[in-house]
Design a protein around this ligand. Structure first.
Ligand SMILES: [Zn+2]
Ligand SMILES: [Zn+2]
Length: 185
């Protein structure tokens, strides 16, 4: 059976990946495992912006895709950007296999608020489901509570749920019939 691989990028606190793995395995009905050795982020660092080029990291991630890989999700604490935007929460290859999410702007501390571990881990899960959804060919969803709803600020992320709406789930099932074994998905 194919595996959802989690790849830490740069320095990352291990505990968050330990929580994220089972939650994603549950959502997508695939086994999930973390790759122990992190990908170095420095190659994607932009000195003037003091940020990391998201697409460059996605490109570097391809070297980690194994034969038994279902999807490869990179998780980083680095602040990500693409040239046309001031920042991105994450980025994905539409149709797969790689996706990437950043914790940087999901932390309450980034907005001058006290740390909230629960909020951080919920936001991370929502964004991870969202980006993996893109690797499954899903586009943005009009249902504001669906994980595939677009979010340009953390407030929007907090509004949505970590699950996909019925319509997104049926789209995945139609397009990827072999991917899922569980009818409950
Ligand atoms: Zn999106
Ligand atoms: Zn949806």
């Amino acid at each position: 059976m194919k595996v959802l691989q989690l790849l830490p990028i740069g320095n990352l606190e291990g505990g968050l990946l330990m929580e994220l793995g089972p939650a994603l395995a549950d959502t997508f009905h695939v086994p999930c495992e973390a790759i122990p050795r992190p990908l170095e982020a420095e190659i994607a660092f932009h000195r003037e912006r003091q940020q990391y080029h998201s697409s460059e990291l996605l490109y570097q991630m391809q070297g980690y895709v194994r034969d038994d890989c279902w999807r490869l999700l990179g998780v980083t604490d680095c602040d990500l950007y693409i040239p046309i935007l001031t920042f991105v929460f994450g980025e994905a290859q539409l149709g797969g296999p790689c996706a990437l999410v950043s914790l940087h702007r999901l932390r309450q501390e980034f907005y001058g608020l006290p740390p909230d571990r629960g909020a951080l881990s919920e936001r991370l899960l929502k964004e991870a489901v969202h980006e993996i959804g893109h690797t499954l060919n899903l586009t943005h969803c009009e249902d504001y509570s669906c994980a595939m709803a677009p979010s340009h600020a953390v407030e929007w992320i907090d509004l949505k749920e970590s699950r996909l709406c019925q319509s997104c789930r049926s789209r995945i099932l139609q397009e990827n019939q072999n991917l899922f074994t569980s009818s409950s998905f």
